[in-house]
Design a protein around this ligand. Structure first.
Ligand code: FEO
Length: 391
């Protein structure tokens, strides 16, 4: 048997994508990623749990070929997104007798995305089981981590939860198991922030399902396997909670220095007052850094120059992302600079309308900030400091 052994008759046949630096043409991957795929060999049947990104199909199919497994009976598909399902057509072509085991919603997606024939599917429901002979798979629907059709597969005898994206991390490593919890924590938080933050409520329900199981290991579809499941479950509970931290984030851009000066002033003053503050120069930071900070922060101050009567496009783009991620931000404001006028605040307010945050009086300066403007900035700072004291 080739593949890396995880437990008796359970093997890792996934791919490490060391060089990938962007996912969905949107999400930066500073540490690459992995597409985890697992073989579970029962006394009667063999199951493959998830496949890999089709970009890596040759390597992946070679990994499968190099195992001693000559027949795959079931391909458990926890999630239809192509980084896990994309090699399904190739696996089905080689292992003709295999059935794709998944829920009805995932089947519908797979038929649309990969054009797989109806008779290739075995549809299962929530909590149903499938015996491989001495190994029993049980399926749990875990919708919205981050698509509506996602499920997790629990290997009853070994107490392993194959959770797919849920609890995953974009973290390419040759370590099969988590060895550096703080590094994986950071990577998992970035991943949570980028795709799961809008679904906190649904994720809370899924965590209740997971906590109802006796789990020894969580084997996600990205990143290393957790032998200490509590670590990542507790992290998720913290990230989805309603708690915010007294932190001020300032996503901004500046063309000729006026906004930069304002941001520098705000950053210095909040620091002096003991409030955590972090500026994000949007042309230099990556969106994952900002997303990760949004998980906890109480306050966002968006900084932009007026460009063609509205916010700078880099700022508008960040506002769209913040709006889509629906962070639990409590307070939001705008600072900016203009030459002759426009709808900077109105546009940014409209672009962030999903946020349930209290809007605090913005401060716009004509050109560079002057003595009177600094007084208004001091007032904005005082309001935010007070509100953060009362969290
Ligand atoms: Fe890793 Fe939603 O795919």
């Amino acid at each position: 048997m080739s593949g890396i052994k995880i437990n008796e008759e359970i093997y890792y046949v996934g791919i490490r994508d060391w060089d990938r630096r962007l996912f969905d043409e949107l999400i930066p991957l500073p540490e690459g990623t992995t597409y985890n795929s697992y073989l579970v060999v029962g006394k009667e049947k063999t199951a493959l749990i998830d496949t890999a990104d089709p970009d890596k199909k040759d390597i992946y199919m070679n990994y499968l070929k190099n195992t001693t497994v000559k027949k795959i009976d079931y391909i458990i598909t926890n999630h239809a997104e192509q980084d896990h399902s994309g090699c399904l057509p190739y696996v089905l072509e080689k292992y003709h007798e295999a059935k794709v085991v998944t829920n009805q919603k995932c089947k519908d997606f797979l038929k649309e995305l990969l054009v797989i024939d109806d008779d290739k599917f075995l549809v299962i429901g929530d909590k149903e089981t499938l015996s491989l002979g001495g190994k029993t798979l049980q399926f749990f629907m875990t919708p919205w981590v981050h698509w509506p059709e996602t499920m997790a597969t629990y290997l009853v005898e070994d107490k392993i939860l194959f959770s797919c994206d849920f609890f995953g991390s974009h973290f390419a490593t040759s370590d099969l198991f988590v060895t550096d919890e703080s590094a994986v924590y950071r990577s998992a938080k970035r991943y949570f922030a980028e795709i799961m933050l809008p679904f906190r409520i649904q994720i809370g329900k899924n965590i209740e399902v997971v906590e109802g199981l006796d789990i020894k290991m969580i084997a996600p579809s990205h990143g290393p396997i957790y032998k200490n499941p509590k670590m990542i479950i507790d992290a998720y509970k913290d990230w989805i909670s309603d708690k915010v931290k007294p932190e001020v984030l300032i996503p901004y851009t500046s063309m000729h220095g006026s906004v930069e000066n304002i941001v520098q002033y705000l950053t210095d003053k909040f620091s002096e007052k003991g409030i955590f503050v972090k500026p994000f120069n949007l042309n230099k930071t990556d969106s994952g850094e900002l997303a990760m900070a949004l998980v906890d922060a109480s306050t966002i101050i968006i900084g932009s120059p007026m460009v063609l009567a509205g916010p700078h496009p880099a700022v508008a783009s960040a506002a769209v992302l913040i709006n889509a991620l629906r962070p639990k931000t409590r307070f939001i404001s705008v600072v900016g600079s203009f030459g002759w006028g426009g709808k900077l605040v109105e546009t940014l307010t409209s672009l962030t309308s999903n946020l349930k945050a209290e809007f605090i009086e913005p401060v716009l300066t004509k050109g560079i900030a002057k003595a009177e403007d600094y007084k208004r900035l001091d007032n904005l700072i005082e309001i935010i400091v007070e509100k953060n004291k009362n969290l």
